[in-house]
Design a protein around this ligand. Structure first.
Ligand SMILES: *Cc1c(COP(=O)(O)O)cnc(C)c1O
Length: 226
């Protein structure tokens, strides 16, 4: 499909759709930020989106993000970059250098590594905790039962946790997971909710998402899965 690769019009369509849901929904948030997931896509695609007005981007790998964004950001300082993929503790330094928001905080070892790194680097990084709402053994994210302890640790380590993030199991109704994540956020006084991807971002907005992470819906299908 030719239209799949028209980044600018894809962005426009998605924003329009988000806005119309937001205005009619019952529990939608005041503002929904579209995180453009550019993983596997070349820097030219990022520039095209930037020129169409997009400022918030998501990448799932530290090295790929560094390669794509470090140079680019020196001339485009208003880019906001989110890490949406799993982070290894030994990449904490690079992650703090590269990202403005780390959405995938999910264990105490990582909290300690990031906190140590933040003391060395003068960077204001926001953190979301990834919750494994489907309790899938192979999936990253803290189990719902471990959330409150992890939040306590983040607080004592001065990590600025502002959001929760989830990736629902592929074979389950995502709305159950979106409403569950919204409930956890409310119970813990956390304002931001990162949920919804190309296939279900509209549903996520209906359940109160403040951030939706859309990749293929903007940049077209990826050549290889990640
Ligand atoms: C790749 C990815 C997305 C975007 O997926 P699409 O289906 O292409 O929109 C969103 N969130 C995470 C965590 C991802 O890894």
């Amino acid at each position: 499909m030719a239209s799949e690769c028209n980044i600018s019009s894809n962005l426009k369509e998605i924003k329009k759709s988000i806005e119309s849901i937001r205005q009619t929904g019952l529990i939608t948030s005041e503002e929904v930020i579209l995180v453009a997931v550019s993983k596997t896509k070349p820097v030219e695609a990022v520039i095209e989106a930037y020129e169409a007005g997009q400022r918030v981007f998501g990448e799932n790998k530290v090295q790929e993000a560094e390669a794509k964004f470090l140079d680019l950001r020196t001339g485009k300082k208003d880019i906001e970059l989110h890490l949406i993929g799993p982070l290894q503790s030994n990449k904490a330094k690079e992650a703090i250098q590269t990202f403005d928001v780390i959405q995938t905080l999910d264990r105490s070892k990582l909290v300690m590594a990031l906190s140590k790194e933040l003391k060395k680097q003068d960077r204001a990084v926001e953190f979301y905790i990834q919750v494994n709402t489907g309790e899938e053994p192979q999936k990253a994210g803290v189990l719902p039962s471990g959330l409150s302890d992890l939040l306590k640790l983040c607080k004592s380590e001065n990590l600025n946790v502002t959001g929760l993030m989830c990736i629902p199991p592929v074979d389950e109704e995502p709305s159950l997971h979106f409403s569950f994540l919204a409930k956890l956020a409310k119970e813990n006084g956390i304002p931001k909710l990162s949920m919804g991807m190309s296939s279900d971002y509209e549903l996520a907005v209906r359940f109160g998402a403040t951030h939706v992470r859309v990749g293929s819906g903007i940049f077209g299908a990826r050549n290889y899965p990640t």
